[in-house]
Design a protein around this ligand. Structure first.
Ligand SMILES: C[S@@+](CC[C@H](N)C(=O)[O-])C[C@H]1O[C@@H](n2cnc3c(N)ncnc32)[C@H](O)[C@@H]1O
Length: 202
């Protein structure tokens, strides 16, 4: 499957996830987030920047985003930890975000995510279909443009795994076109009508 992705993709869902999850997660020592199927980083980095906008420097230090992908190329870990992207890929980023959260990289025509944002992310190679979560007590799980490639049975099992690895009252977000399969509907309640954002209820 091609790792198609870009910065600020469907920012509405990510903004809504931050807006609804933060008040619930603020009570915790750490804000643990899992971005499942993160590709080479634009999505978890966008999320980190949106969170930083809403949080002070001190408080943002408690954010831990576990970014995972099956990563058939075996390159994503290096790309994400370096946080260096060619100009073409950062062009969609609103100017004020680009100015605040990127610096010129050593390489010509490349930009690097600043350290404050980079250190919020940890990448792990991980196959969702092995059905073993890379942690537990997550406050928010983002899984966008991945489940559509799985069959119905696989989707249900993966969503049950997400449910098990979320804290009580934790949040789960998909892309706009991915609804919650009927067999898992009792595990979550919809949070908004304009995004696929759910909250764990049982
Ligand atoms: C279309 S990209 C989506 C990237 C990002 N979430 C977004 O929405 O922009 C799909 C990603 O899912 C990953 N993927 C595919 N199968 C997977 C699996 N079984 N476990 C984990 N990641 C997988 C691919 O490697 C790819 O990076």
């Amino acid at each position: 499957m091609m790792a198609f992705t870009y910065f600020f993709r469907d920012v509405q869902t990510l903004e809504l996830a931050c807006e609804h999850a933060l008040p619930v997660l603020k009570t915790r020592r750490y804000i643990n987030i899992w971005d499942a199927g993160c590709a080479m980083g634009p999505e978890p980095y966008t999320l980190a920047m949106l969170l930083r906008e809403r949080m002070g420097h001190m408080y943002f230090r408690n954010v831990r985003i576990t970014a995972t992908d099956i990563d058939e190329s075996n390159l994503f870990g290096k790309i994400i930890s370096e946080g260096v992207y060619p100009r073409k890929q950062v062009e969609r980023i609103p100017r004020d975000f680009l100015e605040r959260y990127f610096e010129k990289a050593a390489q010509d025509d490349h930009y690097r995510v600043i350290e404050e944002i980079r250190r919020a992310l940890v990448f792990r190679r991980h196959d969702l279909l092995e059905l073993k979560a890379p942690g537990n007590e997550f406050g928010l799980i983002i899984c966008k443009n991945v489940l559509l490639h799985f069959n119905e049975d696989q989707r249900i099992k993966v969503i049950e795994m997400f449910h098990d690895s979320l804290m009580e009252g934790g949040f789960l977000a998909f892309e706009q076109t991915q609804s919650l399969p009927r067999k898992t509907a009792h595990l979550f309640k919809p949070v908004v009508t304009n995004a696929q954002l759910f909250q764990k209820v049982v």
